[in-house]
Design a protein. Structure first.
Lengths: 209, 463
């Protein structure tokens, strides 16, 4: 793909997505209102629409399928309870879900770090070992080590940097989508992305690459 | 870190996401290759952490769990019913608060706060201005009354407060007159000065009032005879298109009572078997003892009879021997006095003003609609007052002038002189004194006995 083609594609996608925001917002608002009725059909539609994004976010951060499934399930339960008690989102359901996911992931790591006789590297190592034990350990050993180092490095970023990296690379959001979820402008996200990548590079060093 | 590096990394990441190899991207930025290569390699590794597939089983399990929870919540709807009922209020408030707190830092919030404050001020002041013209029955009328109540309670000075209350009382009268002009049927309540009365129709502050069998009349210690021209009454009733008010209830509010002091206590005085509460503003002449005859200016309230003033001087009608025009110091007489409307004059210092009377050097003078009052009169001013003596002995001011020349205060003793004091001026004795109170020596009259055309004219002349 040539530069102008890729740029045109990006602009087109960006424009279309930007143009979709009002419609997206109104759809989300009506979904939020309908969720309160506890209608199974509405709940199923909302779940199916947003589950992949929530799962990808959790999976990218925690690195294993089982924990990511638990976290994603918890997030939707929290959504239902929040809407039902009048504390739920009033707009930008997607942003609300992803912010709750980030909080649940942070809680998950906090619990892991608070366990006695384990440090964070051991936690991640054990977690990856457990997860990958179901696959071929010989083939995956190099990948396991690479992922472990990367996730340790991500976990040491600031919260904003962690969120940018997760949304941009875990969820493949555009800068504009990331900015909307985080409530910041695109230039800020661009700078955050650069600083996060530079910080990761510094932490990883030459150990991995 | 510079902006060009940031932009280059951003663009290369996007190209790599679109499938462009890392080295191809770097060719666009040959001068940045050393710094960018390592960063972009990191980005490429991070991209590899993403799992493209979402396990269908995991998604199904999550959905089933969610639906189960929804069912559980639905079964608890009774408990959450109160919250749901308030959702119409909670949601907009929460949306506003969320929007408010999402505003970028202080400046945005400050603008919103200033804007809302401005709107509130504009709205409230506009509301107050608009409500000022409202009449009973209008939607904004309660706002008008509330504003008046607040303004009265905010005033600390008692004199100013009395003035406010008097002005608002006058407004109530004006509102009733306006309702009658507009021929509107409306429940009203107002206080005014009783100007004339007969068995079925009274005039209170210029407003015709019709009395019928259903009208409740709450009178003073002397029963129906407590009502006399000059008294302040509160009227509750219904305006109509015929130009009068059908009275449901009439309360005697302020009147004059003459009697002998029987008991003096800190909280109350007992005068001729009637107890009068002493309030902070009560004006009491010095030197009054048990057994003295006094004139009490009474205000009837829900809490009892309040003595606005207890004055040593006995009512002139009980002491003024007529016809003796040159006597400046009346003496008691048990003979029912004939009616006099001679103009008298008194000079003294203004001590107090109230809704329908002034006290000048201890003398109570009633103010009626026809009373001519000079401008710029304040408490403490020296006044020259022309007045007439009513049938019940009360003084009605006809003309009040301020004495401009500065005279020593000691000279302001009440001095009563007759301006046209001859027998020929004693006229219109149309209202017959029907009885004399044996205990107080007070003359009273019954409305039924004043039905001569002259007397009717006489009362109608009184405002």
């Amino acid at each position: 793909m040539s530069d102008w083609q890729s740029l045109a594609t990006y602009n087109k996608i960006g424009f279309q997505r930007f143009g979709e925001y009002p419609r997206q917002m109104s759809v989300e608002s009506s979904e939020i209102d309908l969720l309160n009725t506890l209608d199974p059909q509405v709940i199923t539609e909302v779940h199916n629409r947003y589950y992949p994004e929530v799962y990808h976010f959790a999976r990218f951060r925690v690195g294993d399928e089982v924990t990511a499934e638990d976290i994603a399930g918890d997030v939707f339960i929290r959504l239902l309870e929040a809407v039902h008690t009048g504390r739920g989102p009033y707009k930008n359901l997607r942003g609300w879900l992803l912010r709750i996911t980030a909080n649940v992931v942070n809680d998950h790591f906090r619990k892991l770090y608070n366990r006695p006789k384990e440090d964070s590297s051991e936690v991640l190592e054990n977690r990856n070992d457990l997860y990958l034990a179901q696959s071929d350990p010989v083939i995956l050993s190099e990948q396991v080590e690479r992922n472990r180092i990367l996730q340790l490095a991500i976990d040491k970023l600031t919260n904003a940097q962690k969120l940018v990296i997760t949304l941009r690379f875990g969820n493949r959001f555009t800068l504009e989508e990331t900015a909307k979820v985080m409530g910041k402008n695109a230039n800020t996200i661009k700078a955050l992305q650069y600083r996060a990548l530079a910080a990761l590079r510094q932490q990883i060093g030459s150990n991995m690459l | 870190m510079n902006q060009r590096q940031i932009d280059a990394v951003k663009r290369c990441v996007e190209l790599m996401e679109a499938g462009v190899p890392l080295e191809e991207c770097l060719k666009e930025y040959p001068d940045l290759v050393p710094e960018m290569r390592e960063i972009l390699k990191t980005a490429k590794d991070i991209m590899s952490l993403r799992e493209e597939q979402v396990p269908i089983e995991a998604m199904n399990r999550s959905r089933a769990r969610l639906l189960s929870q929804a069912k559980f919540l639905a079964s608890n709807d009774k408990q959450s019913a109160s919250v749901l009922r308030l959702n119409w209020l909670i949601k907009p408030v929460r949306r506003f608060l969320n929007l408010f707190f999402s505003l970028s830092p202080v400046a945005g919030r400050l603008v919103v706060i200033v804007g809302i404050t401005g709107l509130l001020i504009l709205f409230s002041s506009g509301l107050v201005i608009t409500s000022a013209k409202s009449l009973p029955g209008d939607s904004l009328y309660p706002v008008k009354l509330a504003v008046e109540d607040i303004s009265v309670h905010l005033v600390i000075n008692r004199e100013v407060r009395n003035e406010y209350e008097f002005n608002y009382s006058q407004q109530r009268v004006a509102e009733v007159k306006r309702l009658i002009e507009l021929e509107r049927i409306q429940q009203i309540s107002f206080e005014g000065i009783l100007e004339s009365m007969d068995s079925t129709s009274w005039v209170v502050s210029g407003i015709p009032i019709r009395i019928n069998e259903a009208t409740t009349v709450v009178s003073g210690p002397k029963g129906a005879q407590s009502f006399e021209p000059g008294s302040v009454v509160e009227v509750e009733g219904l305006t109509n298109a015929l130009g009068w008010v059908a009275a449901n209830e009439i309360h005697l509010r302020e009147y004059q009572f003459i009697g002998m002091v029987e008991k003096i206590e800190a909280q109350y005085w007992q005068i001729s078997s009637v107890q009068f509460l002493i309030i902070p503003g009560s004006q009491i002449d010095v030197g009054i003892h048990v057994g003295d005859d006094v004139t009490v200016l009474v205000r009837s309230t829900d809490s009892g009879l309040q003595a606005l003033a207890i004055l040593h001087d006995v009512h002139p009608i009980a002491t003024l021997p007529l016809p003796q025009p040159n006597l400046s110091t009346p003496v008691p007489s048990e003979i029912p006095a004939p009616i006099t409307e001679e103009d008298h004059q008194i000079s003294g210092i203004l001590e107090k003003t109230s809704g329908n009377y002034w006290i000048v050097s201890g003398q109570i003078l009633y103010i009626v609609g026809e009373t001519q009052i000079s401008d710029g009169i304040n408490i403490g001013d020296s006044l020259s007052i022309k007045y007439r003596v009513e049938v019940n002995g009360s003084y009605t001011a006809i003309e009040i002038d301020k004495i401009e020349d500065e005279v020593h205060p000691e000279e302001y003793q009440p001095q009563e002189t007759f301006e046209s004091g001859n027998e020929g001026d004693i006229h219109e004795a149309s209202i017959v004194i029907s009885s004399v109170d044996n205990e107080t020596g007070e003359s009273t009259y019954t409305p039924e006995q004043q039905e001569t055309p002259e007397s009717t004219q006489n009362h109608q002349d009184k405002p």
